[in-house]
Ligand binder design. Structure first.
Ligand SMILES: Nc1ncnc2c1ncn2[C@@H]1O[C@H](COP(=O)(O)OP(=O)(O)OP(=O)(O)O)[C@@H](O)[C@H]1O
Ligand SMILES: [Mg+2]
Length: 352
């Protein structure tokens, strides 16, 4: 086939440009062992899609920050390969990986103004002043920081400081944003507000975000997909709906959901003895349930819009969730639809 030279060149440019924009992140058999021979990340395979908002969630010490820091190049990997777009970055210095990192501690320079803090990275890269000014102005607009540009960090609230840290990341125009518990120093109300701010930012910037948190609500509300990590292993990667409705094992089932899923031995439900059953607290008192039993209430808690009752079924602690106006006595009729039950292997915890 004949392609005129000019068109061939155009095509080449088209693909080059297209490829240049790809900001997927791929981990292949990634491992991390610290000097003390402790393996912290076992063997992780994960593909984070271009423009995706991916949340890494797990308990303290499970390896979230280590994984994020390896993607950033702040921590060496012991084995495996990391790609950003098409480029293998194992041997690429952090500053050349085209990523921006937002830390829990903000890491602002106290002696610099907000403007100088936001501009710092660009200045270090010898970006022309006019361009710096334009980018800082844009970032300040997006983050509503316009009136604080001449203040020092100590003259700002926690939420405003966190926005400056985000501003510093935005002006870099990176391929990938990495965020390690960026909201954990904020009070509950501000956290909720900043959650949606960061989601909006993602939509506006159309860039890949990898976001670390130990907070399941943040994971569920923010992630396009969630990665559940436990002891350096991936337990499940899926959308929030899929994680909640279709957990692959008892770890995921117990980790996501509040109060956590009830686990009940088969014999205590009059069902298969060798199966561990799971059921969400909000599914414990269905009017049309085909499995019924009576339990003694230990305690009930009023949480404003809802009420939680705690009790035992066999040797397992369980809970049920109700509307706040439901009155709860000393005993409770449990009524469960067998279609709402999850089945797990009691030895391995895997979903059956
Ligand atoms: N430099 C180091 N040397 C040895 N062990 C380390 C080092 N850094 C981290 N670890 C260990 O690696 C494990 C994972 O740590 P990491 O900071 O990744 O956890 P995390 O999931 O981010 O926890 P948190 O939610 O508390 O921030 C922990 O057991 C930690 O003690
Ligand atoms: Mg951490």
């Amino acid at each position: 086939m004949f392609i005129p030279t000019q068109t061939a060149q155009d095509l080449q440019w088209f693909f080059l440009l297209k490829r240049d924009k790809m900001s997927s992140v791929t981990l292949k058999n990634v491992k991390k062992t610290y000097d003390n021979n402790k393996t912290v990340i076992n063997n992780i395979n994960l593909e984070i899609k271009d423009k995706e908002f991916l949340v890494l969630v797990g308990a303290s010490g499970c390896g979230k920050s280590t994984l994020l820091r390896m993607i950033a190049g702040l921590e060496e990997i012991s084995d495996g390969e990391i790609y950003i777009g098409e480029t293998k970055v194992n041997n690429v210095a952090p500053k050349d990986r085209d990523i921006a990192f937002v830390f829990q501690s903000y890491a602002l320079y106290p002696h610099m103004t907000v403007r100088e803090n936001i501009a710092f990275g660009l200045k270090m890269r010898k970006t022309p002043k006019a361009e710096i000014d334009k980018k800082v102005k844009e970032a300040a607009e997006i983050l509503d920081l316009g009136e604080y540009l001449d203040r020092k960090p100590k003259q700002l609230s926690g939420g405003q400081r966190q926005r400056v840290a985000l501003g510093r990341a935005i002006v870099r125009n990176p391929k990938v944003f990495l965020m390690d518990e960026p909201l954990s120093n904020l009070d509950a109300k501000l956290r909720v507000q900043m959650r949606s701010e960061i989601k909006k930012l993602h939509e506006r910037l159309q860039t890949t975000f990898i976001y670390v948190t130990h907070d399941q609500t943040e994971a569920l509300t923010m992630g396009d997909r969630i990665v559940i990590l436990n002891n350096g292993d991936i337990q499940q990667v899926a959308t929030p709906e899929e994680i909640y409705n279709n957990p692959q094992n008892t770890f995921v089932a117990g980790f996501i959901g509040s109060p956590q899923m009830n686990f009940i031995n088969g014999k205590d439900l009059g069902l298969d003895e060798n199966i561990l059953y799971g059921i969400r607290p909000e599914k414990m008192t269905k009017p049309d349930g085909d499995i019924k039993l009576t339990v003694d209430i230990d305690i009930s808690e009023m949480l404003g819009s809802e009420r939680i009752a705690y009790f035992n079924i066999g040797d397992k602690k369980c809970s049920a969730k109700f509307d706040a106006d439901v009155k709860i006595g000393k005993t409770l009729e449990i009524s469960v639809c067998s279609s709402d039950l999850y089945k797990f292997n009691p030895e391995t915890g895997e979903r059956i």
